[in-house]
Every structure is written in structure tokens, then in C-alpha cells.
Design a protein around this ligand. Sequence first.
Ligand SMILES: [Cu+2]
Length: 472
Amino acid sequence: MLGLVFKNNNRLSNSMYRIKIILLILIVSCANVDAQSIRKNYNEMTQTEKDALVDAFVSLKDGIVADLASFHGNNFTEIHFNLPYPQPGNHLDVFFSWHRYQMWTMEHAMQALNPKISLPFWNWTLSVDRSKSGPLWEDGSGNPQFMGRFDDPTDLNWGLGRSSNASTSLLPTTAQVNSVQNIVYTDRASFQNYSNSVERGRVHTGGHIWTGGIMASGTSPADPIFYLHHTMVDKLWQDWIVANNVTSADLLYERPDLINWNVDPNSIVDSKVLGVFYADEDNDLAVLHDYSVTNNDLPEEVFYYQFTIEAENNFIVPNGKVAKIESVNEVILKPGFHAESGSQFIAKIDLDNNINTARSTSRKKQSRFVAQEYLWNFRIVENVYLDQDINEDVKLILDPDKKDALGLEFKEPCISCRIDVVDVKGNTVQSIQQNINSITNLDLKSLLPGTYFLNIRNSNDLILSKEILKLK
Ligand SMILES: [Cu+2]
């Protein structure tokens, strides 16, 4: 973990800092980590990030994924296809804002499991992503990978029933995207024209129909690809809002609520209000601006993107607030970035996330996941938040007959051996202290799904620190 720590420094607002590898910050336990969002094209994700996203979907399948799918299905006609207004018996349309809040809700549930996750998007206009054999679905040798794994009967089969004969012409083309994006905002009616054109046209319906199966039905949020599709739709809306200089004061929506959420659809017409930023996929650049860190529901806001992050133009960390900007490559602070006196701000370079696995279709690694790994209800995460200097005197043993048990084999007797399981908020959720001569079994059955840290001390010396992902 490398980075530069800023505290109480008003001068930061006036000059430009280019942060590369400067200071070593050792983080053994990562208490109070939570995240805001930098969304990017999935093809910019490292293999580590793709694996983390797949893990999160697996963990949330029977929870929020199922809930969002059934609500979306049960209230389908209230949420969708209600424009042009007025139509007899119909409610006002909340298509864009409703799905924006749905994406944010899903993203927050994932960040509770893994703070570095942001939902990626699927840009169906790119030729590489208009084919079922593309890297979104397959590894190049016909084996399912990433989103393809969810409909593979030998792997993470969700019974999604995706169609196998979809025609590329169903997916939106650049020309089709441009024709809606070029609609000019003048008043509410012009917004309704834009919203209706996106929603009923290929730009929205294409990804649903082309994928087929559940994705073409009212319960489409049960298919993980739904979230990569709708973040792309959301990105286009955000681009349109910015291009047309629209603000919440423009009152795009007449309907005051989002049906199941007590949120005014006009209050989120700029995604930055939710702390959501979209990276520029052509330039590998995420620009953070016009946002003030709130820590409303997040004790520490984390902005993570592995290429270049610039913070500028009215990006504020107010007095008393805590934020972190983290990249694998570089973080650039420009005029307009302001960490107020009394705030705590950290810019960090994450060397653990291997940047070389992003966008490298020719050097693609085999997925570390095979179906067999899901014999266990938990997974040991390698190379994340670990102190490399800890001499590992403990061997971890996975017994296929024990889905919830982690075996620990000590090279030397562990005296007053203390085994702690700590959650991401820093709370110890499980603790044992006893002498252990060689082998013991740690039962993880009572852990709820999520990220934990396993710390083992031999007479107060930390001899092992591992991240554990509890899947179910
Ligand atoms: Cu929908």
C-alpha cells in the first residue's frame, strides 16, 4: 500500500500535486472502509476486480438481487413505458431516475461486501461487445467467463435461459445512440421525448432482448448482466444531462417519488449527487468534480479506479469528513480540489491490484475460479490488505467435507493463541484464545455473507492475517 496522506492542509486547493509512489502506509486491519463509485467499462477491470464482482453477485443472489427482481417484476407497468404522457390510466414515467436509484442500491449492497466494487458498464456499441463469444462472456476458447459464467450449467448456473441465437442487429449501434443523445433539452416535454426515445428504442430494449431469457422479462434484475446494461443506460443519461446543462432545478419529473423509495426523482438528475462518477473509457481517466464528501452513510468515502484519477473543480473534503482516492496508476490533484482544514484525506496507490490484467485480451489469465471452489461457503482472498512481511507460520487447510470449516495447521505450538475474525467496520465478530499444539478447525458457519479479516497471534505476535470472503 503506497500513497500520500493529507491532513489539515489548506494549501492543497491552490496548486497541482501529482502523486506517485511516495509513502508507505501499512494497513493490516482495514476498519471503517466504505466506498463511493467510479464506474467504468467492464473491459477496464482487472481480473481481481472481475472476480470480486462475480463473488458479490453470488453472495447477493438470494438477497437483494432476488428482492430487486421481484419488485421490478411486480411493479413493472408503474416504472416503465408510461410516456408519452398523458395516457389514460398511466402514471408518470420515472424510468431514468428509478433505475439510477436501483443501480445505486445494488452498488451499495456490493460495497458492504467489498468496498472497492463499483458497477461496471457494458458498452454494446463496441464491436467486441456485440458478440456472445466476446470477452464479456467467453475466454476466447469457448469457455464461459465473467458474465457468461452465470448461465453456464457447469459453473454458476442461475437458470437464466439466455437465448443462443440473438442477432447482433438487436443491439444499439453508435448511430442509434447518437440519434437519441442529440435530442436537445429545452423543457420538460423535450426531456420526456428523450426519455421515451431511449426507453422504447434499441438503446434500452436491445440489451434486454438480445440477452434473452430472464433478461427479456419483468424479473430481468435477476440476471447480473442487467446491472451492466442499466449502468450504460444511466451513463448515457448522465452524458445527456451534462451536455444539456440540466440541473435538478429544471424539474424534469412531475411524479414526486420513486414508487418504493422515498426519493424525489428530480433530486438525482445528476449522478454526482449520489457520489457516482463515470470514467472516460477512451482516455482511461476518471475526473472527480463538483462533489462534496458527506460521509452520510459511509464513515470513509473511497474513490477507486486503476488508471488516472483527477480531482479538481469543486471537489471538496469538508472539515471533519474522511475520504480516500485510490488508483493503481496515478492520482492528480488540480486547482479546485480542496481538502479543508480538519478533514482527513488520503491519496493512495494500490499495488496489489494487477493493472496488467485489465484490457489484456491476449494475455488473459484463466479465471481463478472453477466450480469446485464453491464447495466451500467461504473463500480466502489472496494479496489484499496483507502485510507481506508477516512470516506465515500457519498453513490453511480446506476440507471438501466441511463447507464452513477452515483448518489451521501451526508449524510450532501456538501459546495463548489468539484467533480473531474482524469485520470491515473493525468489530471482532469471533474470537478464540487457547494453546494450540498443531491443528485446529475454525468454524465460520455463524458469519453472515461479507468480507472479514482473520488475524492470528502467537503470544501477541501477529503470525497470520488473511482476508476471508463469506459467500453464504
Ligand atoms: Cu426496468
